[in-house]
Design a protein around this ligand. Structure first.
Ligand code: PLP
Length: 379
């Protein structure tokens, strides 16, 4: 994808202050920091958008993988959270968030066993998209004597997971009904192939069109007598379009809370709340600077970073370095700290064990990024 990544000078004012936040001086760079007032404002703004709607925000915690941040979101939005892995599910139910949607298909037996264990601790729902995946899930749930909710995932154009016909959906619903411990809750669909469309009206139009097969499946399930109350999908880029569908119940938006350098173009009403703070290693005469933030500490798979508060252009990121061209302002000095807004928040957070939660340019709390793969998964 190619987007114009020039800086927006009005954004990042407070984020810039993360580089020199009181209490962070002794933390070695690079570290990841979160501006908590901005995080709160993003959540409040999202919540306001849902006033009077059927749907709830079911925040996708894959963005930050932090139980502390997830609890803050649940306090604002109510209800539960969305996860992308069984590690996240285990961490969330372990942290007392007991309504969790795993918006993904799981077929690995150790992961299914983890899911079954989580479902003993909270209300867990998982996606399925084939009889084979359902059989694996059903076997593990039966053996664990667990109870789990199931949503049938409909592919609506992304060509990732998901069934592609109503017949498949009805057959899955029948199989779910027959399986002890499985409870059909509804339909999931994700319009991920459309989220980067820059024109908002066009994005909304295409997303609305894409959802028709998911709505048809839901209607058909209900017509056949199944109690299928849930329609879940959506994202930060479409919370205002598919998130406003009358049938939608749970919107899986994630990035809105932290934002990143791609999403500020797509949904500028939310502001960047996350930055990687690095040290200036080299200031070059042609106006470029080299930071000690490399690809091992910065997610660049979805987009490139920019400096908070200063117009800049990203030149490249290597394993341990990022080279930026400054387009305005005074040159920093070697050894200065600077805040870099990541191109992709989600794959940046997973490169750290803890985030520094700051408010008013002061370290307020350490936020463990504690919903990542556990030791048992790594062994
Ligand atoms: C299944 C699913 N739902 C929702 C989202 C939306 O997340 P975001 O709001 O961060 O775009 C994603 C993003 O990867 C996803 O995979």
């Amino acid at each position: 994808m190619s987007l114009d990544l020039s800086a927006s000078p009005s954004q990042g004012a407070r984020l810039e202050a993360l580089a020199t936040a009181a209490g962070t001086e002794d933390r070695p760079t690079p570290f990841v920091a979160i501006e908590l007032d901005t995080f709160d404002a993003n959540c409040a703004r999202m919540q306001r958008a849902f006033a009077g709607r059927t749907a709830r925000v079911r925040s996708h915690v894959k963005t930050h993988k932090s139980t502390a941040l997830a609890r803050m979101q649940v306090a604002v939005h109510g209800g539960g959270v969305t996860c992308s892995t069984t590690d996240e599910v285990a961490a969330m139910v372990g942290a007392g968030i007991d309504d969790v949607l795993l918006a993904n298909v799981v077929t690995d037996l150790p992961r299914l066993r983890s899911l079954a264990a989580s479902s003993h601790r909270g209300r867990v729902t998982v996606a399925v998209d084939s009889p084979a995946a359902l059989e694996l899930l059903a076997k593990v749930i039966r053996e664990a004597e667990a109870q789990i909710g199931v949503v049938i995932e409909r592919d609506i154009g992304m060509s990732r997971n998901g069934i592609t016909s109503i017949e498949e959906g009805l057959a899955l619903a029948e199989a779910i009904e027959r399986a002890p411990g499985l409870d059909l809750r509804g339909v999931m669909a994700y319009e991920g192939h459309l989220v980067a469309i820059e024109d908002r009206a066009e994005r909304a139009r295409q997303a609305g069109e894409a959802f028709v097969p998911a709505l048809d499946l839901l209607a058909e399930l209900r017509r056949h007598g199944w109690d299928a109350p849930v329609l879940t999908g959506g994202s930060t880029a479409t919370y205002d379009s598919t998130g406003a569908l009358a049938e939608m119940t749970d919107v899986q938006a994630g990035t809105y809370a932290l934002m990143d350098n791609i999403y500020v173009r797509l949904t500028p009403e939310f502001r960047p709340a996350v930055a990687v703070v690095g040290s200036v290693l080299t200031v070059r005469s042609e106006g470029t600077i080299v930071l000690d933030i490399g690809s091992k500490r910065l997610g660049t798979d979805w987009g490139t970073p920019r400096l908070a508060g200063i117009q800049s252009e990203h030149l490249y990121t290597a394993e341990e370095h990022t080279v930026m061209r400054l387009l305005e302002g005074e040159r920093p000095s070697v050894g200065d700290r600077m805040a870099l807004i990541p191109g992709h928040a989600c794959t940046t957070m997973t490169r750290y064990a803890v985030a520094l939660g700051c408010r008013n340019a002061r370290l307020e709390q350490l936020l463990p990024i504690d919903a990542q793969a556990g030791e048992e998964a790594a062994a």
